[in-house]
Design a protein around this ligand. Structure first.
Ligand code: FAD
Length: 483
């Protein structure tokens, strides 16, 4: 092809980027664009949304990288179904290349763009880039999608060969610059404000992804032992980079394999690779079962009657603000509110607490996470929430209810994480840090923490909540009853 336009979306890097590599292989001149999609960003309710800054900073770095190779990024702010065809016409390209997205709205958007391009006889091609394997590539023996993780993972691993993780070669085409590429708009131009991204030491772009990966590779061997302890630097923190494609999933798999992930004795790398496979699994579930965005994966779970009304709304607000009275739950909510990140163990804990201790619809929590998380990803977030609520595929059974106290004692034994996010509990003696309400009046006075004044009393009693949840979920056991 004479010239091709590459449309960047959640793949903000210039190396091992499938659509870009394909365009450079098949086209002589390759233009690059990114559209700040008004369909998405006009709905964001905070001017200081860190994701906007992360994307913008990543684009600045990407533009520099493309310019060093003779190209440049054309950045627009508008509706892709209008901007992409108009740009493709202006540049006179014969095709637009992009990487596949599995979200229902993104699929609709791409179909609309493709149809608009067709009017002008311009092609549209999409490629696998976000996932190691697409929904069609890992199927059961009867050709159906897996709905249980372990056999999916086994089949995924069996299918994996070196070709799957080798970086894509770029080809001979050349990147082209155009006068339309006039730099990346400022946050203010886009109607957004600067955030605390830098203060949080979140480094956007490919360079940020590389730094985190280098740091993690030095400790990947300890991942299995350390990944469940939020006070320990045990996980990779790469999720925001995976979300926006400032790292390549193939490169991460290659690194995990090089560290021994395919050898059973290398537990750290193998466990981490499993987490990357969970990511593919949830992409596949979203792709093949798009009803999960609105409904329970298993329909009988849609008959559960959740708490509603003003009292429920008040409880929800307390959960959001980190004022449930359960220290580890509250510290976790403060972590997400202050930083846009929450440790995986804590995501499971707070999701279980909301659905099974407070009896609230998982969709409320899912929507709150979608607003707060820097790494918000529809597939993983929906999968995680439905797992915790037991309504998802291969979810934990409904009668398995995390005990917030036991979780706290096990995964934050010294209360280090709790004290980091709840400084008001700093003086609470270690033996009460997981349940400060057990302190006598004299003990409260001695440590300067009065229950109900300096810190909330627990909003529910876990045992009673557990019994109520078992009743609430009984409709599932009986095959589902009318609301
Ligand atoms: C209720 C709930 C909501 C979640 N919402 C999101 C979300 O919006 N975005 C998101 O990326 N992850 C989500 N997760 C999954 C997981 O919590 C995060 O991916 C992880 O905490 C990110 O930290 P990390 O990069 O240090 O992970 P690591 O432990 O280093 O794992 C490496 C990568 O594997 C992937 N991964 C790990 N665990 C999972 C998982 N359970 N499901 C899918 N992918 C996984 C992520 O891409 C992660 O970056 C959610 C989990 C739960 C229980």
């Amino acid at each position: 092809m004479e010239s091709i336009l590459v449309w960047f979306r959640r793949d903000l890097r210039d190396c091992d980027q499938t659509a870009l590599c394909e365009a450079l292989r098949r086209g002589r001149r390759v233009y690059c664009t990114f559209i700040f999609d008004r369909e998405i960003i006009d709905r964001l309710d905070r001017a200081d949304d860190r994701r906007l800054e992360f994307i913008r900073e990543s684009l600045v770095e990407l533009d520099v990288a493309l310019r060093a190779r003779g190209g440049a990024l054309i950045v627009r702010h508008g509706w892709p179904r209008i901007e992409i065809p108009s740009l493709a016409r202006a540049l006179g390209v014969s095709a637009v290349f992009a990487n596949r997205d599995y979200e229902p709205q993104a699929k609709q958007r791409d179909a609309a763009v493709e149809a608009a391009l067709r009017v002008d006889d311009i092609g549209f091609e999409s490629f696998k880039d976000q996932a190691m394997f697409d929904g069609e590539e890992v199927l059961t023996q009867t050709g159906r999608p897996y709905t249980v993780f372990t056999p999916y993972r086994n089949s995924w691993l069996k299918r994996l060969t070196e070709d799957d993780w080798l970086p894509h070669a770029a080809g001979r085409g050349s990147l082209a610059a155009d006068a339309l590429a006039s730099g990346v708009p400022s946050l203010a131009d886009l109607g957004f404000a600067r955030t605390d991204l830098r203060a949080l030491r979140i480094v956007p772009g490919m360079s940020g992804g590389r730094q985190l990966l280098d740091d993690f590779m030095a400790r990947i061997g300890r991942y299995k032992q350390q990944r469940d302890f939020p006070a320990v630097r045990g996980v990779s923190y790469l999720s925001v980079h995976l979300r926006f494609g400032t790292v390549s999933i193939r490169h991460l798999v290659a690194q995990a394999v090089a560290a021994g992930a395919l050898r059973t004795e290398a537990e750290g790398p193998a466990t981490w690779l499993s987490e990357l496979i969970w990511r593919d699994f949830y992409f596949m579930i979203l792709d093949r079962f798009p009803h999960v965005t609105q409904h329970a994966f298993r329909p009988e779970y849609d008959t559960i009657v959740w708490e509603q009304g003003p009292a429920a709304e008040q409880s929800f607000a307390a959960w959001c603000a980190g004022r449930t009275g359960y220290p580890l739950v509250d510290a976790a909510m403060r972590q997400i509110n202050q930083s846009g990140y929450m440790h995986n163990r804590l995501r499971m804990l707070v999701a279980s607490f909301l659905t099974k201790d407070l009896g609230m619809d998982w969709r409320w929590g899912e929507a709150y996470f979608a607003r707060q998380l820097n790494d918000f990803d529809l597939a993983a977030n929906n999968g995680g929430w439905q797992w915790a609520a037991s309504s998802g595929c291969d979810a934990q059974p409904y009668f398995r209810i995390f005990n917030p106290l036991t979780q706290s004692e096990r995964f934050d034994p010294a209360g280090k994480f709790i004290r980091r996010y709840l400084p008001e509990l700093a003086g609470v003696p270690d033996r009460f840090i997981h349940a400060p309400w057990r302190m006598s009046a004299a003990e409260q006075t001695a440590c300067g923490v009065r229950i109900g004044l300096d810190t909330p009393a627990p909003m529910v009693e876990h045992e009673a909540a557990r019994r109520q949840t078992l009743q609430r979920y009984a409709v599932v056991k009986s095959g589902g009853a009318a609301r």
